[in-house]
Design a protein around this ligand. Structure first.
Ligand code: CUA
Length: 158
């Protein structure tokens, strides 16, 4: 096949660009541990309490890490006091019973939207024991500024 010189140049340039784009995705996922803010998992927002995934919000410690189930609603998080161990992966699973809320663990990379109808999930590890503030960072109504919770990260075994 006879391909003109300039056409070859463009084909190589396009190929290199595609490889570069794919590399940034792989580096972001594998190298920096980035993840999408939520995966596609739906829930009926009018029946959160009846849903087995959210019927008992709170902390579960298991072999591979810690799971924290949190329900957001105007204007509180349930539970609003969370205890987790330091230096272990903590997976947060969140949903909302009413409107869109935010869930930001101040001073860490823990931050996600909490959207009715969906389950938001992210995993983070707390290296420093201490008390962390969680705030709602999506305007959700008249009590938005009061919507907060606290995480106590404890040193040593859970
Ligand atoms: Cu909930 Cu702002």
């Amino acid at each position: 096949m006879n391909v003109a010189f300039y056409e070859k140049v463009w084909m190589w340039a396009a190929g290199i660009l595609i490889a570069a784009f794919l590399t940034t995705v792989v580096v972001g996922v594998a190298g920096s541990g980035m993840q999408p803010p939520s995966h596609v998992e739906t829930i009926d927002p009018t029946a959160v309490e009846q849903d087995p995934r959210f019927a008992q919000p709170g902390v579960t410690v298991h072999e591979r890490g810690v799971t924290v189930v949190v329900v957001g609603s105007m204007y509180a998080f349930t539970p609003n006091e969370i205890r987790v161990p330091a230096n272990r992966p903590v997976t947060f699973r969140l949903t909302s019973r009413d409107v869109t809320h935010g869930f930001q663990i101040v001073g860490t990379n823990g931050n996600t939207m909490v959207v009715p109808g969906y389950v938001s999930q992210f995993t983070t590890t707390f290296r420093e024991p201490g008390e962390y503030l969680i705030v709602c960072n999506e305007y959700c109504g008249i009590g938005h500024h009061m919507m907060h919770a606290v995480i106590n990260v404890e040193a040593g075994s859970p």
